[in-house]
Write a protein that binds this ligand. Structure first.
Ligand SMILES: Cc1ncc(COP(=O)(O)O)c(C=O)c1O
Length: 367
């Protein structure tokens, strides 16, 4: 049997192990100097020097970002439904109501025209997701936000290093959240990094992650314990030195897949976008949509190619939300997408195996 090609593969090496060992030997493992250094280095490398606040997960980052921006009960935040549930969850956790907007099918990111049609007197903010590593149309969304006096936030969980018209994602909104979960383009084990656009947002985020305290036992507001540990930050700092090379490899792998794959709709990269390929997501033609699970099983069983379906159910239709929304492009995407391995550990032979497998299985399925 050929070796299985997993859909994602975190790369953890000797340097990460040594960094963790250094922290463990120091005897100080909770939030401390490693976290502070990670925040500074992340700011410099990925968000053009914007202030950053590290937290214990991407979900906490969104939650605290929304609270820090003053989002709460009675407010509406427009988000996509074609995303991981954490996007909508964070809005609900802040006490507000997520309003689900449709995506553009070519890039799977928010459709600005549909967003604008959903604005009501209660709308406070728009929170696009740079899904799969492709930036949302940030200038159009920023213009809509400005016209209607709304805030703009970014769920950049999957988009470390992505750019829109020369500008890094995470520098457009009042905050931008990057997840550091193991399958993301870089990891700290678990974690989230939030870039913020003002000293005020930075201070509030720092208070909220630490029980509302800046000075010990002088709690200024009701906060959480959402701190990142120095152990996690030490891993993240090493990964940060490698993420640019890994991204380049992802982009090169994507170009090979683009050139070789037939019968599927390969990812679109809009002019002015830098796509960082957290996922390489393709769409089946209409006649094969009903055979998706069978096709993915064959790719795995006969060719050892791992795949994933991100996301099979729109957030609004999850039992946890159960909200009606008319989102035709979202529905179409949930039925027809699947993601192929694109991670930097793939060899040229792996890429050829993936291409051969997909082309063979789809040719047979459409015969
Ligand atoms: C789009 C999106 N938003 C939010 C999150 C939440 O991040 P985390 O898993 O680090 O809490 C994720 C990651 O899983 C994600 O993909």
């Amino acid at each position: 049997m050929t070796e299985f090609i997993p859909p994602a593969k975190p790369i953890i090496g000797d340097e990460e192990r040594a960094a963790v060992d250094r922290v463990l030997r120091s005897g100080m493992v909770a939030q401390g100097p490693e976290v502070a250094a990670f925040e500074e280095e992340f700011a410099r490398e990925l968000v053009e020097g914007r202030d950053c606040v590290a937290v214990n997960s991407g979900t906490s980052g969104l939650h605290l970002g929304l609270l820090a921006a003053g989002i709460g009960e009675g407010d509406e935040v427009i988000v996509p439904a074609f995303t991981f549930a954490a996007t909508g969850n964070s809005v609900r956790l802040a006490g507000a109501t997520p309003v689900f907007a449709d995506i553009e099918l070519d890039t799977y990111t928010l459709d600005p025209a549909h967003v604008e049609s959903l604005i009501t007197g209660r709308t406070k903010a728009i929170m696009p997701v740079h899904l799969y590593g492709h930036p949302a149309r940030m200038d159009e969304l920023a213009a809509i936000a400005e016209k209607h006096s709304l805030m703009l936030f970014e769920d950049a969980a999957q988009a470390h290093g992505a750019k829109w018209r020369g500008r890094a994602v995470g520098t457009f909104g009042a905050f931008g959240m990057f997840s550091l979960y193991p399958t993301k383009n870089m990891t700290s084990g678990e974690g989230g990094m939030v870039s913020v656009d003002s000293e005020d947002m930075r201070r509030r985020m720092r208070l909220l992650r630490n029980q509302g305290m800046e000075t010990q036992y002088q709690n200024e507001l009701i906060g959480f314990n959402n701190r990142m540990t120095d152990i996690h930050a030490a891993i993240g700092r090493v990964q940060l030195t490698k993420v640019a090379a890994w991204t380049k490899q992802r982009q090169e792998n994507a170009a090979v897949l683009d050139a070789g794959l037939k019968h599927v709709k390969t990812p679109v990269v809009l002019e002015g976008a830098v796509h960082v390929y957290h996922q390489y997501t393709v769409r089946l033609p209409e006649d094969l949509v009903s055979k998706r699970s069978e096709i993915l099983s064959r790719l795995k069983d006969e060719f050892g190619v791992g795949t994933g379906v991100y996301y099979p159910v729109p957030t609004n239709e999850l039992p946890s939300f159960g909200v009606e929304a008319d989102l035709p492009a979202t529905r179409e995407a949930t039925r027809s997408v699947f993601s192929l391995p694109v991670h930097p550990s793939l060899s040229p032979e792996d890429l050829q195996r993936i291409i051969h497998a997909v082309n063979t299985v789809l040719e047979e399925a459409s015969a």
